[in-house]
Write a protein that binds this ligand. Structure first.
Ligand code: MSP
Length: 518
């Protein structure tokens, strides 16, 4: 049977531009999708925009325009940003897409017909920032914990999804499937949300049109639109052709949602219970990452510290920023962006470690081997050590991707790069070439380095696709990535001797802290 991999990002609200947080999740999803494509799996990578709801309406009002215009404006900007940054998604879904509207109506009708929905009068504290009624746990000194603003007291007749009927099942499911929500701390958080006294009840899934006329109309009551979260979560089904798309079952069974901790409750409680009512399995896995802070503070509009990925690209190159993001966050734990740590990381890992290996290898291949990959001799222990370092790197990459520890996968690859630099120091081909007693070792040394670079490029390609392609090009393997597969092509010894190599400009020039930086 074909192995499959279906990775999703949250669909982002169209009330502002993409910043460091959205960029992290999207780059992570892109890297995972690239890795699984490299393994020859049927891979689908979904991202998109969440366009309904009051949040968007608020911004549209501020901008003095129709919510359709606001949604269109920001959705197009999100999509273009990802495209410009080389994010290779398979679909960019919009909740205003016609097929999505149809799927949401179909599901609403079905769960309504099956008795999962009930009309009730309801009074509660609503936070527009969260787009939901809050429970006591969400409040700190009367303010919404996340948005630090007072909720609005609201009372209205609404439709409710009888979510709490499924809590017992859900708690048991989570306990029996310890891998469903990871890392563990978030699983425990969800289990405590499901305890009877947590105040989490049924889910209000409608908004009266009189108050909010921006959403998908309920198929069974034209006076209401669908609650934005109920609509948004369903995007994960629409995108892969629910209910009868060709690969729907294969992909759904392999679904991996990526989210940050801010939207744990909708994904870990609303969504699995909705799916149960619809008659579908839970997503395969819910992967929850921490938050990026900037200079030790929460990312916010008012602080103006959002970190625009397009500006990062201009200043440092997007691959360098992408590397920093993936390398600097441990999955599940918050991370802190500072420009200083970005500069340090670029210089240490990319300019010094990787950049040096590339330039030394290709320079010397030019000088001592006529710019062609030499044929290798037997080699000795130092050569063996390099081979082993790469075999080990490959094993770590596989294991770390499986456990979502992408930062450790990168660490492992750079350990092998470092080992190759040390190997060069040991073999000293620049001296050996001039020493008749050692001159024989030079071709083997250079072969080892060229082959190390080929495997480095292959292993790095999911994370740094442009850099990988560039390294391969300089090794005379332009375009080779398309035909490469893991694990087979990571086996040692595949670079063809005789391949023409090219020195090229420094891959990652050293960078300086910008003027006025921290
Ligand atoms: N529209 C909802 C999601 C619906 S999914 C069916 C939403 N949108 S959002 O624009 O607010 O995006 C939230 C997500 O953006 C987070 O879960 C995370 O993936 C990313 N991030 C936004 N800010 C972040 C940080 N400061 N740090 C890390 N990621 C965060 O919620």
């Amino acid at each position: 049977m074909t192995r499959a991999y279906y990775v999703t990002t949250p669909i982002y609200y169209v009330n502002a531009d993409a910043h460091i947080g959205h960029t992290y999740t999207t780059v992570l999803a892109d890297s995972l999708a690239r890795y699984h494509r490299l393994r020859g799996e049927r891979t689908f990578f979904l991202t998109g925009s969440d366009e309904h709801g009051e949040k968007i309406l608020e911004v549209a009002r501020e901008r003095g325009e129709d919510p359709r215009a606001t949604a269109e404006y920001f959705s197009v900007r999100f999509r273009k940003t990802w495209e410009e940054l080389g994010i290779r998604f398979d679909r960019f879904i919009r909740t205003t897409d016609a097929d999505h509207g149809e799927v949401v109506r179909r599901i609403l009708q079905r769960v309504h017909d099956d008795g999962h929905i009930e009309f009730r009068e309801y009074e509660g504290d609503y936070c527009v920032g969260c787009e939901r009624f809050l429970t006591d746990r969400d409040l700190v000194d009367g303010l919404c914990r996340d948005h630090e603003r007072p909720p609005e007291r609201r009372s209205e007749g609404n439709y409710f999804f009888k979510m709490s009927e499924h809590f017992e099942w859900l708690a048991q499911y989570i306990t029996e499937h310890p891998d469903f929500i990871r890392p563990e701390r978030y699983r425990n958080e969800v289990l405590s949300m499901l305890k009877e006294d947590s105040g989490l009840g049924d889910l209000c899934i409608s908004r009266p049109k009189a108050r909010l006329d921006w959403g998908i109309e309920l198929p069974f009551d034209e006076n209401y639109v669908c609650y934005v979260w109920f609509d948004a979560l369903i995007n994960y089904l629409t995108a892969i052709g629910y209910p009868d798309g060709e690969d729907f079952e294969l992909l759904w069974g392999a679904s991996e949602h990526l989210i940050a901790k801010d939207i744990l409750k909708p994904h870990a409680v609303f969504w699995p219970t909705m799916l149960r009512a619809i008659g579908l399995d839970t997503p395969h896995r819910l992967n929850v990452h921490g938050y990026w802070n900037v200079d030790g503070r929460k990312v916010s509009k008012s602080l103006g510290n959002k970190i625009d990925p397009l500006i990062m690209r201009e200043q440092y190159g997007f691959e360098a920023f992408r590397y920093y993001l993936l390398r600097s966050m441990s999955f599940g734990v918050d991370a802190n962006f500072t420009e200083e740590s970005l500069v340090t990381r670029i210089n240490a890992d990319l300019a010094n470690n990787l950049g040096n290996l590339v330039s030394r290898t290709l320079n010397m291949t030019g000088r001592f081997a006529d710019g062609r990959v030499p044929a290798a001799g037997e080699g000795g222990e130092p050569e063996q050590a390099v081979r082993q370092a790469f075999a080990e790197a490959q094993r770590s990459v596989d294991a770390c991707i499986e456990s979502m520890e992408v930062h450790r996968a990168l660490e492992a690859i750079f350990r092998a790069v470092d080992a190759t630099n040390q190997f060069l120091e040991q073999r000293e081909p620049w001296k050996a070439a001039k020493d008749p007693a050692r001159a024989d070792s030079v071709p083997t040394t250079l072969y080892t380095c060229c082959e190390a670079l080929r495997i480095t490029a292959l292993l790095l390609s999911p994370f740094l696709p442009e850099t990988a392609a560039e390294i391969l090009k300089r090794l005379g393997l332009e375009g080779a990535l398309e035909g490469m597969r893991l694990p087979d092509d990571a086996a040692w010894g595949a670079i063809p001797p005789g391949n023409e190599t090219h020195k090229g400009a420094p891959l990652f020039p050293r960078v300086e802290m910008p003027e006025g930086g921290a």
